[in-house]
Design a binder for this molecule. Structure first.
Ligand SMILES: [Cu+2]
Length: 119
């Protein structure tokens, strides 16, 4: 009798340990996943931050906080926003590793770069 209870108790203990380990694994996996979105502000005729480094799969959202229209246009033309009015957003997902320099075509002195790197 006593040995049966002990055995059941141990089995329960082992099962509980697996649940804890599975939960810890799920948490680690979630922590390693790329962030859902990274935001860049366009303010005072500049991209802020001007330079970002993100893991592949990251979704980047630019928001124009100026009263002046701006664009987000990649140097190699792989992505380009329309003219963005105040509070307009432009979104781009970066699947592949690489460096993605961009500028505002209205004000070419406004430049930025997205570095996509596995972490
Ligand atoms: Cu501009």
């Amino acid at each position: 009798m006593v040995s049966t209870i002990d055995s059941a108790g141990r089995r329960l203990g082992v099962a509980a340990m697996f649940v804890v380990l599975a939960a810890a694994g799920a948490y680690r996996h979630a922590a390693a996943a790329p962030p859902a979105a990274v935001r860049v502000e366009i303010t005072k005729f500049a991209f802020a931050p001007k330079e970002i480094t993100v893991p592949p799969g990251t979704h980047v959202i630019w928001t124009n906080r100026d009263e002046t229209p701006h664009t987000v246009s990649s140097n190699d033309k792989s992505f380009a926003s329309k003219g963005m009015d105040t509070d307009d957003t432009f979104e781009q997902t970066f699947a592949q590793e690489g460096d993605y320099p961009y500028l505002c075509t209205v004000h070419p002195f406004m430049t930025g770069v997205v570095h996509v790197r596995k972490q």
